[in-house]
Ligand binder design. Structure first.
Ligand code: ADP
Ligand code: MG
Length: 291
């Protein structure tokens, strides 16, 4: 069997089954970040994301924006757990004829976002590579009471997203997005989401991750799903790289959130459906996978 036949998530599952994880690890493979013991009141979060040239970006895109994206993807995973990012390692694979100013700009983009989110870049690694590769490993922290995972969505919960979806790669939004840390922190402090994930592989794929982990089903309110201009429902379901958050709230809290946003208009959270008890009701659309 080759990797294409197994698929990205089949492969990750196979890796997971063959690993023995120490018992002090609170969560290993299977959520937006790993969760590790830290202090009495907090967990440590740990995540990594890799960007490959001609997969996640092209050489024609501004290097600063590529640097921004490389860090923003990992910050988004920390946000999806309810946490705050803290410390990063940045590793790069570089073609030997790449102009040095490209690397300068890459780091300018990363550094700017790092400053904005209080992230320190403390090391990394550099190798030669035919195509550009950028990997960011990021630590974060979250108060134990605010941790949100993928596996606690409950039948009756309302499903929300933090913004319009689809067409991120074509519009260039994947290079400029601000990770939704502020929204996530607001939600964990005030509304206790049951489950949360960041939408990196498309609404269908990432919602299905929550459904599988939570052993639940879904009823989508298709007409209410916010779409970026010019996007079809199909694109919204299967395009990746939106980096909006998807979360579920108990129905009572959902109604309170809608009232709150009508009053304040500080952020807009879009209700797009409801969690059901029928485990067969997954979202039937092709999700983005690498293989
Ligand atoms: P995300 O889209 O949130 O960054 P991924 O879909 O990349 O997450 O990964 C899903 C889960 O699988 C995560 O918990 C991640 O840490 C884990 N994972 C992905 N690739 C590997 C790998 N090569 N080895 C071990 N774990 C992996
Ligand atoms: Mg994620």
């Amino acid at each position: 069997m080759n990797i294409h036949q197994l698929g990205e998530f089949g492969l990750i599952d196979r890796i997971r089954q063959r690993l023995r994880v120490d018992s002090h690890v609170i969560r290993g493979i299977g959520d937006d970040t790993a969760v590790l013991p830290y202090t009495r009141g907090k967990y440590l979060l740990f995540t990594t994301d890799m960007l490959g040239e001609d997969i996640h970006f092209t050489r024609r895109m501004p290097a600063k924006a590529v640097g921004h994206k490389a860090l923003a993807c990992s910050i988004s995973d920390i946000a999806a757990m309810g946490g705050l990012p803290s410390i990063a390692l940045v590793s790069i694979g570089l073609p030997k004829h790449l102009p040095v100013c490209y690397v300068d700009e890459l780091y300018q983009g990363m550094h700017r976002l790092a400053k904005q989110f209080g992230v320190s870049i403390v090391g990394g690694d550099t190798i030669k590579s035919d195509k550009l590769i950028i990997n960011v490993a990021l630590l974060g922290e979250v108060e134990k009471k605010y941790l949100v995972t993928r596996d606690k969505a409950k039948a009756g919960d309302w499903i929300f997203v933090t913004g319009p979806l689809g067409g991120s790669f074509l519009s260039g939004r994947h290079l400029t997005f601000t990770p939704a840390v502020a929204q996530a922190r607001f939600l964990v402090r005030n509304f206790k989401p049951h489950a949360m994930i960041d939408i990196s592989d498309g609404l269908a794929g990432d919602l299905n991750h929550i459904l599988k982990a939570s052993r639940a089903g879904v009823r989508l309110w298709e007409g209410q799903i916010p779409k970026n201009p010019g996007c079809t429902l199909q694109q919204v379901l299967s395009n990746g790289e939106d980096f909006e958050l998807l979360f579920t709230l108990a129905a009572l809290k959902a109604k309170k959130l809608l009232q709150w946003q009508q009053k304040t208009r500080q952020w807009f959270f879009y209700p797009i459906g409801q969690i059901t008890a029928n485990r067969k009701q997954l979202v039937r659309a092709k999700a983005f996978t690498h293989f």
